[in-house]
Ligand binder design. Structure first.
Ligand code: AMP
Length: 120
C-alpha cells in the first residue's frame, strides 16, 4: 500500500484544510493537535509524502531527515518546553494506533507526563 495523498495532513500541507501554523520551513510544518492530550500538544510533519518513520527513514533524503529533526528541536524550543522537558512520540503502523498515515511526531509537554505507556 502506497502513500494516500488524500490523508488529512497531506490536505493541510496543500492548504485544503486550515491549521494554525506554529512553524514552517522547507522541510517541516508544525501545528497544534486538534485533540490535545497535554497543555502543550503540537504535531510536526515533514513536507514530503512519507507514511511513517519507517518510510521516512528508508526513503527520505539526508537533507530532509536532518531538516525535519532540526525543525522538531526548534519547535520544542519555540514552545518553551526545551528546559522543562517534553515527550516526543511517533506512532507507526497498526499496533501503535497510528491514525493519520503521514509521518508526524507529537510534542507533548507543560505537565508531568507520567509513565511512558498507558495501561491497556
Ligand atoms: P496518530 O494517532 O499518531 O496518527 O495521531 C494523529 C493525531 O492527529 C491525533 O492526535 C489527532 O488528534 C490529530 N489530528 C487529526 N486531524 C487533525 C487536524 N485537522 N488538525 C490537527 N490535528 C489533527
Amino acid at each position: 500500500m502506497g502513500y494516500d495523498s488524500n490523508n488529512i495532513f497531506a490536505r493541510i500541507l496543500r492548504g485544503e484544510i486550515p491549521c494554525t501554523k506554529l512553524y514552517e520551513d522547507e522541510f517541516a510544518l508544525a501545528f497544534p493537535d486538534i485533540r490535545p492530550q497535554a497543555p502543550c500538544h503540537v504535531l510536526v510533519i515533514p513536507k514530503g509524502p512519507y507514511m511513517s518513520i519507517q518510510d521516512f527513514g528508508a526513503a527520505a533524503s539526508p537533507a530532509e531527515i536532518t531538516g525535519f529533526f532540526r525543525a522538531v528541536s526548534a519547535v520544542a524550543a519555540q514552545l518553551g518546553v526545551a528546559e522543562s522537558g517534553y515527550r516526543l512520540l511517533a506512532n507507526a503502523g497498526p499496533d501503535s494506533h497510528q491514525e493519520v498515515p503521514h509521518f508526524h511526531v507529537h510534542i507533548l509537554g507543560k505537565r508531568k507526563l507520567g509513565t511512558l505507556l498507558a495501561v491497556p
